[in-house]
Design a protein around this ligand. Structure first.
Ligand code: ADP
Length: 438
């Protein structure tokens, strides 16, 4: 008799502006229930009495502005209450962005739908090293905006994790409702580019090209809708902030015409970026504000193994559904039915392997045809929207398949897709992304 609660449950009383932080072990699960008060999980209010079922490896916090009572059932790996959080600075940031959205909307009503610069809502990028809480802050800011009825756009440039699609992609989607604490972003038709690798150093030119493609699609979407334009965008940057990573960050800031740079948890990066943009104004007179925010003590450091595991489960979720509720289909096609391409033509010769003074001539964004072989077993392939091979570089993808078997005798390829039916296109893109079903 645990006061009427399930035997393995525990009740936490949260004071105002505090949060309960939990980590679920990889082989466990956990149920959260709000008993009293008002609380939110990464910006999304949770309903009293509703049971939220978290799965192995999840990490989250239940935060309250005014006080709440929360029940946890199950065996968390870690669970504790923290009364020091950066939430006040996050909500203040939200307020600044909100004021800019409002003035963008007012400008729109004055100039009757014209797409002048003053009607552009804030374009915010969130930067910081890996595990600084960037994705979490994205969720919080987008959810706060959606709670007020805005439809901001999320852009995810972090190919290492993939909040919108699978790892190895960059993508954008509209967010028109609070992010579901369990299911994550609900997406109608995200715009996804398949980069194909989990590290930008594999092919930085391709990464830059795809960032530019995505940005120009976003410009078009903004030009066509005052509602989307006024709401602006929140962009999740990569966690790699040194050398090439820093260059790619600057490239993203320019390409997306960012006006707010939020730096989490790294003094050095903040100072680098502030001096880079100090006193800078764009041709239209707008400034680039660089703002430093504290990292939450609740953000969990994930070691490379954990990150790898998270990546694998993102791919599994894509094929099998978050709750394992999709039933993916295995299909076999003949070699002649599909055309597989690769961008960048394989590994470049290291300069040490070349004669002195010679340069590697592999064109990093050249599209090359891949002849089907056993090497493709376990490869994750993007289904391009391209109408021809020439369009592969500038096309986004409809979805993904993974190859389970290549039969060179019968000349057939067997793959798994998340839904039945023929492939929407026979032009497929390969990268270095692999997935093995266990
Ligand atoms: P980044 O995007 O910078 O790599 P994330 O936002 O993904 O970092 O955070 C890393 C992990 O920490 C995630 O699993 C996230 O759910 C968890 N996390 C973030 N903030 C908190 C918090 N306040 N309490 C508990 N876990 C948190």
């Amino acid at each position: 008799a645990n006061n009427g609660f399930p035997a393995d449950s525990k009740v936490y009383k949260l004071e105002k502006e505090s949060e309960l932080r939990c980590e679920v072990p990889w082989d466990g699960q956990l149920t959260v229930k709000l008993l009293e008060g008002v609380a939110e999980i990464f910006g999304t209010e949770i309903a009293q009495g509703q049971e939220l079922h978290y799965r192995g490896g999840d990490k989250f916090a239940v935060f309250t502005w005014y006080g709440a009572t929360v029940e946890i059932t199950g065996q968390p790996e870690v669970s504790y209450v923290a009364d020091e959080t950066p939430m006040v600075s996050y909500v203040n940031t939200h307020a600044v962005l909100e004021a800019r959205r409002q003035s963008a909307r007012e400008a729109s009503s004055v100039d009757g739908g014209a797409a002048g610069e003053e009607t552009q809502g804030p374009r915010t990028i969130i930067v910081g090293p890996t595990d600084s809480g960037k994705s979490t802050l994205c969720k919080i800011l987008l959810t706060y905006a959606a709670r007020l009825g805005w439809k901001p756009t999320l852009v995810d440039l972090d190919i290492g994790q993939g909040q919108i699609s699978i790892p190895g992609t960059i993508a954008a989607t509209l967010v028109d409702k609070p992010v579901d604490p369990i299911e994550g972003y609900e997406m109608e038709s995200p715009l996804v580019y398949f980069y194909g690798h989990v590290s930008p150093s594999e092919n930085p030119d391709l990464y830059r090209t795809q960032v530019e493609q995505l940005a120009s699609m976003l410009e078009r979407r903004f030009a066509g809708s005052a509602e989307y334009r006024n709401a602006g965008a929140v962009i999740n940057a990569m966690g790699w902030v040194e050398s090439l990573g820093y260059e790619l960050l600057l490239h993203a800031i320019e390409t997306f015409r960012i006006d707010v740079v939020l730096v989490i948890g790294q003094e050095r990066l903040f100072s680098q970026l502030s001096s880079q943009f100090h006193g800078r104004t764009r041709p239209d007179g707008s400034r680039i504000d660089v703002v430093k925010l504290n990292k939450s003590g609740g953000v969990v450091n994930r070691n490379p193994k954990h990150r790898q595991r998270t990546r694998t489960s993102r791919v599994r979720e894509y094929f099998y559904g978050i709750a394992g509720d999709l039933s993916p289909h295995a299909m076999t096609v003949s070699f002649a039915d599909v055309q597989i391409y690769r961008i960048g033509g394989g590994p470049k010769a290291p300069s040490s392997a070349l004669p002195v003074g010679a340069q590697s001539h592999a064109d990093p964004i050249k599209v090359t045809h891949v002849s089907i072989s056993k090497d493709l077993t376990h490869a994750v392939l993007g289904i391009s929207y391209a109408a021809s091979a020439e369009q592969l570089l500038s096309s986004n993808v409809a979805g993904f398949i993974y190859v389970t078997e290549v039969d060179t005798m019968k000349r057939t390829l067997t793959y798994v897709a998340p839904s039945p039916g023929p492939l929407p296109n026979n032009l497929l893109l390969a990268g270095s992304l692999m997935w093995v079903e266990h």
